[in-house]
Design a protein around this ligand. Structure first.
Ligand code: RB5
Length: 147
């Protein structure tokens, strides 16, 4: 499985930790930056990583900024992206089961590395439920992109 990653300066340290974790688990990585702690604009990195998910180059995406808020907002402007800002393991599992989220976001200044990696593992290891009631609701989210 290939994971696209993107962050701004507020997420750079945590992204480095997440990448090391994913590599140790055997995931393929596409790192769309940023590549240092210099100030930058999170929408640019959200777009690059999400484009990789939409094109099928990557299976899922992980985005990190200081809070996770801005980069998740940017991601959810992109047609076909369902990005969940996550701060707990229960929601990480539920957003895959119910929302079939294809991207997750973390706040590098909010969650510690230990919790962040548990959230990442839960997100990557939980499949979509494939239940019709959930697919119907996801289809309604997609319909909102046409408004
Ligand atoms: C950068 O200072 C910060 O605004 C950004 O990382 C993020 O938290 C925005 O939502």
């Amino acid at each position: 499985m290939t994971i696209a990653l993107g962050c701004d300066h507020g997420g750079f340290d945590l992204k480095t930790i997440v990448i090391g974790h994913l590599k140790s688990k055997g995931f393929q990585i596409k790192d769309f930056g940023t590549y240092d702690a210099n100030s930058c604009d999170y929408p640019d990195y959200a777009a690059a990583a999400c484009d990789s998910v939409i094109s099928g180059e990557s299976d899922l995406g992980i985005l990190i900024c200081g809070t996770g808020v801005g980069i998740s907002m940017a991601a959810n402007k992109i047609d076909g992206i369902r990005c969940a800002l996550l701060g707990d393991v229960f929601s990480a599992k539920a957003t895959k089961q119910h929302n079939n989220a294809n991207v997750m976001a973390l706040g590098g200044r909010v969650v510690g590395a230990g919790l962040a990696l548990e959230i990442v593992d839960a997100f990557l290891n939980t499949p979509f439920s494939n239940e019709a009631r959930h697919q119907k609701r996801i289809d309604k989210i997609s319909d909102l992109e046409k408004r």
